[in-house]
Design a protein around this ligand. Sequence first.
Ligand SMILES: Cc1ncc(COP(=O)(O)O)c(C=O)c1O
Length: 399
Amino acid sequence: MPKLNENYRKLKDSYLFAEIAHRTAAYMEKHSDQSLIRLGIGDVTRPLCHCAVQALHEGADEMGRAETFKGYGPEQGYEETRRAIADYYKKNGVELNLADIFISDGAKSDTGNITELFGKGNVILIPDPVYPVYVDSNIMCGNEVTYISGNAENDFLPLPNENQHADIIYICSPNNPTGACYNREQLKIWVDYARRHEAVILFDAAYEAFISDPSLPRSIYEIEGAKQCAIEFCSLSKTAGFTGTRCGYTIVPEELVFPDSTGEEMSLNAMWNRRQSTKYNGTSYIVQKAAAAVFSEEGQKECEENLSYYKKNAKVIADTLRDLHIPFYGGIHSPYIWFECPRGMDSWECFDYLLQEIQVVGTPGAGFGENGRNYFRLTSFGTYEKTVEAMNRFRSLFA
Ligand SMILES: Cc1ncc(COP(=O)(O)O)c(C=O)c1O
């Protein structure tokens, strides 16, 4: 009989999206004549850009010819794609070696799998609220988590407390679900703290492409000293509409080394390389070709058009909430708008109220942590027309 990983028992039921679907379906069954607007999903709706589609076609054709067919590729990713990513970072003044870059099938897998590099007994600091994968992947391997509170007082951008030691720190900026984005000074505080405490920062930059203010860091490596203390995860999902195509990348700088229990140095880059070579056979050639096309000048221009579309939606939502005096965060450097539930409701009450009164579906903040219980997340990934209509309904409800 196998001994089971009973840590799975400690996971809270992942009922958030199932419960949203259930409540929505139950309501619509009784009110099938009403038009529902979904602003809850974290999935994109704009199609892939032309450059990516063309590269996918070309890649498929190459695979269909004996002379250009490709079998297993390098586990770390093809050089062309890694070079495209290195060039992208260079634009923000960050120099990466190709060996620092690992192409993946998305940031979810890597942010979940990274726990394998660390032993037991670490103090693991995770913001609340945040993308739930960090907490759940640690619980799955039996780790305990220490939460750091994101709240209205710190604009959902918690900073370290010098008296609280940490070994591993998760940061998500721009943040899912709050849309809050650390500035350079704040990120420097985290990097300096990590260096003093000999901690590692696991920096999730999945939404970096939404940052429109050039003074805000898109990568943690824009902060001096970060290569000695941080791993960065990124994704083409939201940047380039790859949620279904699947491609991301993780940067593990060669400079990132820590002593083992005997004091001998271990390289996290070498460990991740070993982990990936053992358990991952690489992202498909066709997808990597499309990813490289996304980073071309033309690809970037095309992606920017889609990002502008979402940003325009975000502005419609933000302008409406501002007019209605509903406090909110995000919506500028992020596709997410995180607002305080009006009229003293908690987040599930707010969900039911919006569903029943104006047939708008969003995501209750409670799904992202304790601190989300009085907040609500809307996304800008819907169509412009539906977003405008939803906000007109908000205006009539909360005026
Ligand atoms: C903060 C954050 N990181 C990572 C991911 C996962 O991205 P991917 O589609 O690349 O797996 C998401 C997806 O919603 C996210 O919100």
